[in-house]
Design a protein around this ligand. Structure first.
Ligand SMILES: [Zn+2]
Length: 292
């Protein structure tokens, strides 16, 4: 048995996994395929690579697993079953070596008054996903890559109405001349306030920013909260090469990982474009710091 997550993360800096999307493509996922229904063995193999690279936490392959997002593939009716399957895949890969975190991403739809969906509809779309992730035995939940604090709150409401397990809320920011903002214009302070009000145990930021420009954001988040903070930057700044997105390597990556930890992150992983090699490097930096 692994210790409760709260205790596990209080002891030391801990490592999350890296990106799933680019790994799925590398594993042969066809364009247009719904990632949540991709080959189970291939998904499991990606999880296993992250566990072998030293991830303490792995995220289920359910970023687009809300009923609304699966509905775009005609799979809304199978939301619970698909999420259960993918939680079980991650569970098998994790064994007793890592915690499994049920992953909830944005629905890709706008809530009233900017879009057609009521709060109740968004909560219901997430609730069906949460039921499946619970069926599959996840250890915790993460709501990630959120730009709209209200959608984040709706997802959190769905989790909290169904599960007492640890909840991570992670929002994504761009760097603007006026400071870090979500694309909805939310400030860091407002985002922290919203994530706290949503009863997240761990607050985080992921995606959009590269390892060399996320430390300032982490520092700012830490200024507004005493809760543990998770940072999951992208591998770098994306470039389009033909029909693919690539992330040219960041110089001095190790120093940037150090800077993210110096800024106050207690949990660190990677988002788009990161891979097991990146996580291995994160692991080695974290191990060195945990020892000293
Ligand atoms: Zn990302």
């Amino acid at each position: 048995m692994r210790p409760p997550i709260a205790q596990f993360i209080a002891e030391k800096v801990r490592v999350f996994d890296g990106g799933m999307g680019s790994m799925l493509i590398a594993a042969g996922m066809p364009v247009g395929q719904c990632p949540e229904t991709f080959d189970a063995d291939k998904i499991q193999n990606i999880h296993e690579q992250y566990v072998a690279a030293g991830a303490d936490f792995i995220l289920t392959c359910t970023f687009g697993g809300s009923a609304l997002t699966l509905g775009k593939h005609g799979l809304a009716e199978r939301t619970r079953e698909i999420n259960r399957r993918n939680a079980e895949i991650a569970r098998r890969a994790a064994g007793n070596r890592a915690y499994v975190v049920g992953d909830l991403g944005p629905t890709g739809e706008l809530m009233e008054p900017f879009g057609p969906y009521s709060e109740e509809q968004i909560v219901a779309a997430y609730a069906e996903q949460v039921r499946g992730l619970e069926d599959g035995g996840v250890d915790a939940f993460i709501i990630e890559t959120m730009s709209d604090p209200r959608e984040m709150a709706a997802a959190a409401k769905a989790v909290r109405s169904l599960s007492p397990k640890p909840l991570i809320a992670s929002m994504t920011f761009t760097s603007t001349p006026r400071g870090y903002r979500t694309v909805m214009g939310t400030t860091v302070e407002q985002a922290v306030e919203a994530m706290t009000a949503a009863d997240a145990d761990i607050l985080g930021t992921n995606c959009t920013l590269a390892p060399d420009d996320i430390a300032g954001l982490v520092r700012e988040i830490c200024r507004y909260t005493r809760r543990p903070v998770l940072a999951q930057p992208n591998a770098g700044r994306p470039q389009i090469e033909g029909d693919r997105v690539v992330y040219p390597p960041i110089e001095n990556l190790e120093q940037h990982i150090e800077a993210i930890l110096d800024a106050g992150a207690r949990l660190i992983g990677g988002c788009c474009g990161t891979n097991p090699d990146y996580i291995r490097l994160v692991r080695s930096v974290v191990d060195r710091r945990n020892k000293s």
